[in-house]
Design a protein around this ligand. Structure first.
Ligand SMILES: [Zn+2]
Length: 430
């Protein structure tokens, strides 16, 4: 993979340190994710004054169309060595879906066509593995509900790094195959995602591997910010009135919030009032969304997730508390569509906009529908942005019984005439 497209960018790092989100203790850059004093999560701290001097709209616009056009706000020291082409996915004006949803101005941020593995996880992995290589780490790994497995295996393969992928044993076959194909070592664990994640924390300490979402998590999570930067830039350097975000561990929603705040602080967007940030989870596994809906300030872990949205099925979310703060702090809310709502939303998106999203996308659109019905997203509010984070080809099973089966006929014109005459083509004949 070439990095030529990003060579015109500054190679200085604007990262000051790593800082504990809870107690504020600072650490030098290293592959750790937990504060040794209070066990709070570590975050990347930037020198925003220096970034403000280096980064303008014009500079950004002059760069290649990838997430690395915002390099100063991402935590690696040199140019990216994996995923240099990742990001800058389409922001689609969705007029037909807007009518279905009942809003005036609707946009879809479409990471179902993310490069290279068709989900927003390409963004976080691009940062995490580039950083792992800067640290001299030789093997990368992850705990995954599927999309992260695909992204980690693919981007590790692109630079010949060995990858170890741990997943719950009952993942969708398409996601397993689309991990193994890159040559990664895939380990299915009999248990839930939370069991897998716990095991990975132990392995990371013992084997010295770079787990993108464990010991590299502070760097990894920053990659999600590009999703938010792109929304703002693609709206013409404006922030939306509402954004609806899927939640699994709860990291993406907090990072979209951070991206909007950073752009505001740097003067890159017009200050246009606050953006309401809403969260979406499936009814069958909604430990974060239920905190908001039930007005509770602690996570009740979901022991046995029961939803077709497996990529969001994290019962004990790492960033749940912070995700709740993001929603409520922005004036947003949460909603939990059930499996039927999820399938309805997937079909509505496909039939109105020609975009096929995975079950997580159905959760996000299904949640948006509820928020509009409840008046939390006003019909005249705009722009409304819905975050589509993954590809429908990976999770086809739930739809098999929901879509029209192909008609079967013989190869003669009379066979086709008979089919048309049977009444199934009403509306097709002039
Ligand atoms: Zn701390």
């Amino acid at each position: 993979m070439t990095v030529a497209s990003v060579q015109n960018q500054s190679e200085a790092s604007f990262v000051k340190s790593m800082k504990c989100r809870e107690c504020g203790n600072e650490y030098p850059k290293q592959p750790v994710h937990v504060c040794e004093y209070c066990f709070g999560p570590l975050e990347i701290a930037y020198d925003y004054e220096a970034i403000g001097r280096a980064l303008t709209r014009k500079t950004i616009e002059s760069r290649a169309p990838s997430m690395w056009r915002y390099a100063e706000l991402l935590p690696i020291d040199g140019p990216p060595t994996v995923g240099a082409q990742t990001g800058m996915t389409p922001l689609v004006k969705a007029n037909r879906l807007a009518a279905w949803l009942g809003v005036k101005e609707l946009w879809l941020k479409n990471d179902s066509v993310s490069y290279p593995t068709l989900s927003f996880k390409d963004r976080v992995v691009s940062v995490a593995i580039s950083k792992a290589r800067e640290f001299g780490i030789k093997v990368v790994a992850c705990a995954s509900t599927g999309n992260l497995a695909n992204a980690t295996a693919s981007q590790a393969a692109s630079v010949g790094m060995p990858a170890v992928i741990l997943i719950p044993h009952d993942l969708e076959p398409a996601k397993v195959l689309a991990t193994s194909v890159y040559g990664a070592r895939v380990v299915g664990v009999s248990g839930t995602y939370d069991d897998v994640n716990r095991l990975c924390s132990e392995i990371a300490g013992k084997y010295g591997w770079g787990f993108v979402n464990v010991n590299l998590r502070p760097f990894y999570a920053e990659g999600s910010k590009a999703f938010g930067y792109e929304i703002a830039e693609q709206l013409g350097w404006k922030l939306p009135a509402h954004v609806v975000v899927p939640m699994a561990g709860g990291s993406l929603i907090t990072k979209i919030d951070k991206s909007f705040k950073e752009f505001t602080k740097l003067g890159l967007v017009e200050a246009r009032g606050s953006t309401k940030i809403h969260g979406a989870q499936a009814a069958g596994c909604g430990p974060i969304a239920s905190m908001v809906v039930e007005d509770r300030d602690f996570v009740k872990p979901v022991k046995t997730p029961q939803t077709i949205a497996k990529s969001l099925a994290i019962g004990n979310p790492a960033d749940g508390i912070y995700a709740r703060q993001t929603m409520l702090g922005s004036g947003g809310f949460a909603a939990l569509p059930n499996d039927d709502d999820i399938c309805d939303a997937i079909l509505a998106l496909a039939e109105h906009e020609g975009i096929f999203t995975e079950t997580a996308g159905g959760v996000t659109l299904g949640a948006a529908k509820k928020l509009v019905e409840q008046g939390r997203i006003g019909a005249d509010d705009g722009p409304v942005v819905i975050c589509i984070t993954g590809q429908g080809l990976k999770t086809q099973d739930p739809l098999v019984e929901r879509v029209r089966k192909p008609s079967l006929i013989g190869p003669k014109l009379t066979d086709f005439d008979q089919l048309v005459g049977s009444g199934t083509f009403t509306g097709y004949l002039s």
